[in-house]
Design a protein around this ligand. Structure first.
Ligand code: BGC
Length: 735
């Protein structure tokens, strides 16, 4: 079923006197752009943004005082976007409305004190024969520059009866804007004769083209993340076309898509020769500001840090998406649950998370389940349509995301807002864990369905999911421990105890039922099976030692290659470093054979991959189980980038002890042959800065502690100091 064509609305209006101030308040079903007297209003993309439309819809407010003349023409282009356009891997469209709609009010205040409101009604005109012939997120857009709107047949707009009744709220999320711009690093003809531009950076964004064209000339821009044998490799995009088609007018002209975005590093161009076009690429993402930095003496790690930041930017396009390119770009909860902490070190996520968590609260199932995709889309065949499904690490986003944000910025209100959802969710988890289970097993959470060790290398997805019992049970122990802590912070004393007990019982069930007496995993050791109970602090001292020894043996026997899926990856280095195996942690981090973090960097990645071996050593691509639809591989998934947390928390050693860093630690763990590391973290109190260097057999730490905070500094030898605000320097001999 084809999606409705973009609509162009117009309204002529005149002004009756001298203006004091004029504003437009506007929103749409679909995504819209305003043009007033030929000038674009505002600089955001994809307004009104993506929210759980059936619950809330944002509107924007623009000051248009400067735009107005005696006679005015307002044009509004409304594309399908998330609400009406094709969306989800099942390619559904018209999810929230049959067709696009626009709602607006122009408020004019005159100098004489009078006031006028021009609202949308049937006097507005509309056409579907504008310049945009098609526009979709996945497929891209078709733009015909020869169409002259003055010749298009406009008819009167009609009132749209909506299927949904959202609350209208003034924009509260961070708008999507244009950020970095890239010049091509190369432009070459491929073996098949296609002109291919390489922008040197994988990203979410759009091209900007300067064209010398002939009227009617058709240029097609193809987008891809990787090349295979010198050609654009588009199979991983599955059904998403990611194409921009531009039909030229005569002469010199500019074109850049406005109603779509693509995930790409390479752009193939057909229909024009290289001397007639200049191409740039612009990254699009939500307006989140940089919040921290990390660098060290190992250039490969610095590149990895760069990949992590770019995967974050590419997937923070109004909602936290899994990937920016193929036919998904959905708000998968598990990906951000595991990446939230890394995200909050690197960027100020407060507005972005706040907006998304509002949707989560609205879409929680009455039984406590958290949909696996927020905003939720009812995808046929998805289990959560039938049950209040709770899925480990995915549903736990309702705890892990606000917790990461709270630790970074100390926003206790966010915890308060999320607390009822968290409680309901844990109740649902407990229900599933206890269903059909005898006494001893009632804390083993295997029902109904888990993603398990999702994306662990060399395994099928069925095998990932078989580990759901381990990932699920560990997750329940961890989330209930965090919830107990949150209850304590919120003064809910009884709850604090209830969840502490639940956490303890669940941890013991994991130890007693899922591990054998020597702390091996029943049914066979695997990295994530140890990583989770170790990092989630689920084991008593003696068992911890055994489990850590078992983990390190597994890792050494595996030549330090990583074997974890989504849930184990963020924590494997912590599990080693915090249990006496710091050098092993560094070895694993610095390994560059496949699969490993630095293998991706060595293979030329500029963003994190979904699969560890997305590009295999022989140059082929791992699509996973492909039934002909393109399998599952993305080159821009941030989940594996959750290792970034380790850079800040352990290599630099900066870690909040109390939400918002009122109390925090600087406890760097040098190792792995690194000569220095440095970085900073912005907090509500100001910047924390820290750097260390190893010189002449000595370790030297410099730290800056912001006013109003207290810091415990722990040197590698274990010596520790408690300091208030100021600049500090410590030195000690190594070894
Ligand atoms: C997505 C993941 C997501 C997963 C859930 C995939 O298709 O890209 O990142 O979390 O589905 O199973």
């Amino acid at each position: 079923k084809k999606s409705p064509r973009p609509m162009t609305f117009k309204k002529d209006f005149s002004i009756k006197g001298e203006i004091e101030q004029a504003r437009i308040y506007s929103t749409a079903l679909g995504i819209y752009e305003l043009e007033l007297n030929g000038r674009k209003v505002g600089d955001e993309y994809f307004a009104p943004g993506y929210t759980s439309y059936k619950n809330q819809l944002q509107y924007q407010m623009y000051d248009i005082t400067e735009y107005l003349q005696k006679q005015n023409l307002l044009m509004v282009i409304v594309g399908g976007g998330w609400a009406v356009g094709s969306y989800t891997y099942k390619r559904m469209n018209r999810i929230y409305a049959k067709r696009q709609a626009f709602l607006g009010e122009i408020h004019i205040r005159y100098k004489d004190g009078s006031h006028e409101i021009i609202g949308t009604d049937e006097t507005w005109k509309v056409t579907e024969e504008g310049n945009f012939l098609e526009a979709e997120f996945y497929d891209g857009e078709v733009y015909d520059a020869t169409v002259k709107l003055e010749n298009s047949s406009f008819h009167n707009a009609g009132i749209e009866k909506m299927k949904i009744e959202p609350q209208l709220l003034v924009q509260y999320g961070s708008p999507v804007k244009a950020h970095e711009q890239f010049e091509p690093v190369s432009c070459e003809l491929s073996p098949s004769g296609m002109l291919i531009y390489d922008f040197g950076q994988n990203m979410a964004g759009v091209i900007e083209a300067d064209i010398q064209g002939r009227a009617g000339e058709k240029i097609v821009f193809y987008h891809a993340e990787v090349l295979l044998n010198g050609e654009l490799y588009t199979k991983p995009l599955r059904s998403a076309k990611q194409q921009a088609v531009y039909i030229c007018k005569e002469g010199s002209q500019q074109y850049s898509p406005r109603m779509t975005y693509m995930g790409f590093r390479y752009v193939g161009v057909s229909g024009i020769s290289a001397d007639k076009i200049k191409l740039k690429a612009t990254a699009l993402y939500s307006d989140i500001s940089k919040n921290g930095s990390f660098s060290c003496s190992e250039p490969m790690l610095n590149k990895l840090q760069d990949c992590i930041e770019w995967s974050a930017k590419s997937n923070f396009v109004d909602i936290p998406t899994d990937c920016p390119q193929r036919d998904e770009r959905l708000g998968w909860t598990g990906d951000i649950a595991l990446f939230a902490s890394t995200a909050a070190y690197n960027f100020d996520m407060s507005r972005f998370f706040d907006k998304w968590l509002k949707d989560m609260r609205a879409e929680q199932n009455p039984g406590g389940g958290i949909p696996m995709i927020i905003p939720m889309v009812k995808i046929p065949g998805q289990l959560e349509m039938l049950f209040p499904l709770a899925v480990d690490h995915w549903g736990d986003a309702c705890i892990l995301v606000p917790w990461a944000e709270y630790m970074a910025r100390g926003d206790i209100e966010l915890l308060r807002k999320m607390y009822p959802s968290m409680k309901k969710y844990i109740k649902a988890c407990k229900f599933w864990a206890g269903l059909f289970s005898a006494q001893k097993k009632k804390r083993i959470w295997s029902l109904l369905f888990h993603y398990g060790d999702w994306c662990a290398p060399d395994m099928t997805y069925k095998e990932w999911m078989k580990r759901g019992k381990w990932t699920g049970t560990a997750c329940l122990a961890h989330s209930s421990a965090i919830l107990s802590e949150i209850a304590g912070i919120l003064g809910e004393k009884e709850d604090e105890e209830v969840y502490r007990k639940l956490s303890l019982e669940t941890a013991q069930a994991y130890r007693n039922i899922l591990m054998n007496e020597n702390c091996h995993i029943k049914g066979g050791d695997f990295q994530t099976g140890f990583v989770l109970p170790l990092h989630y602090n689920m084991l008593f001292e003696k068992d911890k030692k055994r489990a850590a020894a078992n983990l390190v043996k597994l890792i050494r026997d595996n030549n330090y290659n990583i074997k974890t899926g989504f849930p184990g990856t963020p924590y494997v280095l912590f599990a080693l470093a915090d249990n006496g195996y710091l050098e092993d942690a560094y070895k694993m981090l610095l390994t560059d054979t496949c699969p490993s973090w630095l293998y991706e960097v060595k293979a030329g990645a500029t963003t994190m991959w979904e699969r560890w071996d997305a590009l295999r050593e022989d140059g082929s691509c791992n699509l996973g189980e492909d039934n002909g639809s393109g399998g599952m591989v993305s080159f821009n998934h941030y989940a594996n980038g959750a290792v970034g947390d380790f850079f800040y928390r352990r290599i630099l050693g900066i870690e909040a002890v109390e939400g918002g860093y009122r109390r925090f630690r600087i406890a760097p763990l040098p190792g792995g042959g690194l000569d220095f590391a440095k970085g900073d973290v912005n907090t509500p109190y100001g910047y924390i800065r820290c750097s260390w260097i190893i010189e002449d057999g000595g370790f030297k730490l410099t730290a800056e502690i912001p006013a109003g905070t207290q810091c415990e500094i722990v040197l590698p030898s274990g010596r520790s100091f408690t300091e208030g605000s100021g600049s500090y320097c410590y030195e000690e001999k190594i070894g």
